[in-house]
Write a protein that binds this ligand. Structure first.
Ligand SMILES: Nc1ncnc2c1ncn2[C@@H]1O[C@H](COP(=O)(O)OP(=O)(O)O)[C@@H](O)[C@H]1O
Ligand SMILES: [Mg+2]
Length: 195
């Protein structure tokens, strides 16, 4: 069994940026799922309307499993899909979280179609990534990190601590946070328009 660490979260939270920095701190390899899927052609189709690849998860699990088994040290995998690379053991998962207002701005600036922005903001609001990864890998192995007010280096340091020493993460409740900031209505009206 080969071990690995996972950085999860919806698109736009900072998996690529923070994951690659955390891997440097841990002196290990960083694997970005979208890059791996593209370079190994592990998709079955390209969906133009959502501008995303449809991933062949079985083929991905097999290919990534054999790739990871060649590694000397547990690598860090950034993924928004909760799956287990074949023959590998996920030691710990950190789910990056970002305030829905900030996430909305990031995704809009990426030029995502508004329907796709809304789908990802909804997923963030409803803790979907945390719920999915906790179900797949077990709650004790999964922690959350709110990166909304963290610079990339600070976020990478905290991710590294969570992954390697099992230090605890953050508690996230966007409904309460947004209500306190008087921004819940703003988010919900965006979602009802485009969701
Ligand atoms: N901690 C941070 N502070 C400020 N901007 C960040 C931070 N982390 C990521 N970003 C920016 O946010 C955007 C999304 O980050 P990215 O790493 O591509 O997310 P993901 O891989 O989860 O889709 C990028 O423009 C990136 O430069
Ligand atoms: Mg990325």
């Amino acid at each position: 069994m080969a071990d690995l660490y996972v950085i999860a979260g919806v698109p736009g939270v900072g998996k690529t940026t923070i994951g690659s920095l955390a891997a440097r701190l841990m002196r290990t390899r960083f694997i970005d799922l979208p890059d791996f899927v593209r370079s190994e052609r592990l998709y079955t189709a390209y969906d133009r309307s959502s501008r995303s690849y449809v991933v062949d998860v079985r083929a991905l699990s097999a290919a990534l499993g054999s790739f990871i088994r060649e590694e000397a040290k547990p690598p860090i995998l950034a993924t928004h899909i909760a799956f287990k690379p074949r023959g590998c053991r996920v030691i710990r998962v950190v789910v990056l979280r970002k305030n829905p207002i900030a996430l909305l701005a990031t995704l809009r600036s990426r030029g995502y179609p508004l329907r796709k922005v809304a789908a990802n903001v909804t997923a963030e609001l409803l803790d979907e990534q945390y719920v999915e990864f906790a179900r797949k890998f077990g709650r004790p192995r999964v922690a959350q990190l709110d990166v909304t007010h963290l610079g990339r280096y600070e976020a990478a340091k905290r991710a590294e601590r969570i992954l390697s020493s099992g230090s605890g993460g953050d508690v996230v409740d966007w409904f309460s946070s947004l209500e306190r900031e008087n921004k819940l209505d703003k988010v919900l009206s965006f979602l009802s328009r485009y969701g």
